[in-house]
Ligand binder design. Structure first.
Ligand code: NAX
Length: 333
């Protein structure tokens, strides 16, 4: 990396779940300048629970040993208010994992408690233009809880990570068609970050060609959609533990594009953003949409033609999100 010429004041960035697997990749890429660039020093605020404080200290030691020129300082804490003080970005990675015998509703409730507290803390102490990305699952509902507990922050400052699903879709197409990933545009994954998601290639292009003319519908229905939707489970099966470096890479992609924007309007991304009611999707949910990163904001791509078959898949995933929302209704403000 070129030596920074003129250093700016550090930007403060919080990462929760700092002693976990995803953070072990994410923190290094943040400290290397992959979101804010080679001129921008960074202060890292690491939030962990009490039981993982020692491990978080170990992560801090290794970050220091990496001697990153851009890493101004590191703070390790158990207190969300301390972690989020004055931050420009927050990666909410830490979450309660699903343990044996735990029902989905128990998992939702355990995480709801974490994300309501963290939303309230962000509301109190984060910068008003903070960018929040929730990685911890169930990400789309966790972000709903965090945002609803942060009434003074615009809900558009909150997002759920759906970029991994998007990247998986691009990667599958690239392998199938033997074309570089950079050739693919107008791709999106609608809905929830769960098996109900809808990776949609109806509008996709590869260079000057329409992807639907290069692959057959049967392959999309029988292979592409289920493979992407179940990729997380497949990684666990093959690797023996859940996606970590690819999730960190997606979180970096998400935040970098959000901060800097993406010039080419055909290069849609997928972000789990606050629904404004577009495409008949219930307002107020956080849903994977086709989005563009423009001038520091995520914009939902407007006026797409949606067939009945697409709409049915989108609505099935949205129904799941509504059911999740109903389970945590008591914690929504
Ligand atoms: P790990 O279990 O390795 O790490 C999680 C860390 O969070 C632990 O160190 C734990 O102590 C900490 N933690 C728990 N509660 C906390 C709290 N209240 N405040 C701060 N820290 C807390 O999990 P990892 O593999 O890093 O995955 C983290 C989360 O990402 C999981 O919920 C996982 O399901 C989710 N994922 C989301 C993805 C996405 O695309 N949205 C993909 C990858 C991943 O599955």
């Amino acid at each position: 990396m070129p030596k920074p010429e003129k250093l700016l004041d550090p930007v403060k960035v919080a990462v929760t779940g700092a002693a976990g697997n995803i953070a072990y990749s994410l923190l290094w890429r943040l400290a290397a300048g992959e979101v804010y660039g080679p001129q921008q020093p960074i202060s890292l605020h690491l939030l962990e629970i009490e039981a993982a404080q020692q491990a978080a200290r170990g992560v801090e030691m290794e970050l220091l040993d990496s001697a990153f020129p851009l890493l101004a300082d590191i703070k390790v804490t158990t207190d969300p208010r301390e972690a989020f003080e004055d931050v420009s970005a927050a990666f909410l990675v830490g979450a309660q994992p699903r343990s044996k015998g735990m029902e989905r509703s128990d998992l939702l409730m355990a995480n709801a408690a974490i994300f309501s507290e963290q939303g309230a803390a962000l509301n109190e102490v984060a910068r008003r233009d903070v960018r929040v990305v929730v990685v911890g699952n169930p990400a789309n509902t966790n972000v709903l809880i965090a945002s609803s507990n942060a009434p003074d922050l615009d809900p558009q400052r909150f997002t759920a990570l759906m970029r991994l699903d998007h990247n998986r879709t691009v990667s599958q197409l690239s392998s199938k068609l033997h074309l570089p990933v950079a050739d693919f545009a107008r791709i999106a994954v609608w809905g929830n970050h769960s098996a109900s998601q809808f990776p949609d290639i109806s509008y996709a292009t590869a260079g000057d060609k329409k992807v639907t003319e290069l692959v057959d519908t049967q392959w999309v229905e029988d292979y592409l959609i289920p493979t992407v939707a179940r990729r997380g489970a497949e990684i666990i099966e093959v690797r023996g533990s859940s996606s970590a470096a690819s999730a960190a890479a997606a979180a970096i992609d998400h935040m970098r594009d959000w901060v800097h924007g993406v010039e080419d309007p055909a290069h849609w991304r997928t972000a789990g953003v606050y629904s404004d009611g577009s495409y008949g999707i219930a307002e107020g949910l956080f849903v994977g949409f086709p989005t563009r990163a423009v001038a520091g904001d995520w914009e939902i791509v407007a006026d797409l033609e949606v067939t009945d078959a697409q709409q049915a898949r989108i609505q099935a995933s949205v129904e799941e999100l509504k059911a999740e929302r109903d389970m945590v209704a008591d914690l929504l403000k």
